[in-house]
Ligand binder design. Sequence first.
Ligand code: 5RP
Length: 244
Amino acid sequence: MDGGPIVAATRGPAIGAGDNRGMTQDELKALVGQAAIAYVQPGSIVGVGTGSTVNHFIEALAKMPVRVAGAVSSSVQSTERLKKHGIPVLEANDVTSLGVYVDGADEIDGGGHMIKGGGAALTREKIVADLAEKFVCIADESKKVDVLGRFPLPVEVIQMAVAQVMRRFEVMGGQPVVRPGVLTDNGHPIVDVRGLSITDPVALECEINQWPGVVCVGIFARHRADVCLLGTSSGVQTLAYDKA
Ligand code: 5RP
């Protein structure tokens, strides 16, 4: 996948439209988790993200009349859940490509660029997204923003580089903190950065990727969503992001 210019975001008709005003955030997450099944080919290998929205997607995968042949998972947490449902989990190294990767987001902007990593799984999420032809983002409407950055930007960093990476963010005007008590599945700390207004997500992702010790930054701009299924009070909105 590349980060070419966006031509347009198109909005499809609302699926499950109706009066969903009383729905909780978790019910909206369940709605989009189920809707994502429309993008999954029975018998295929699917890429599976991490988080509470994806947990609903995994439940829906388990209920498919003809199931997937297997999944490539982005976290220990999702792997355990998939296995509990008897869905075989394959190693990313044993797969050359995936038709689709389904994952949540902490924020998504009008171009399909995302902040991810609230669940500390960003590195493996980006690896699985890189294998996929299509990234389907599933999110409730609270995740939709005009400009990324209100949600603190997660960055996975090798321990000995943490102080230097934090200084670099301070120079940029950010307020970095080490996420307390958290190590990723890869054994590294997460630095969360508040106070950034990410108006050029591709450029910022590329810049932070160059800093020594950064394992992965939670800007998904070069691996942005192709489609977002957004759970709203009027049903599931399908937002498609055309690429030039
Ligand atoms: C995990 C992620 C999640 O996709 C993101 O945090 C959204 O989570 P949820 O679906 O629980 O709101 O990036 O690293």
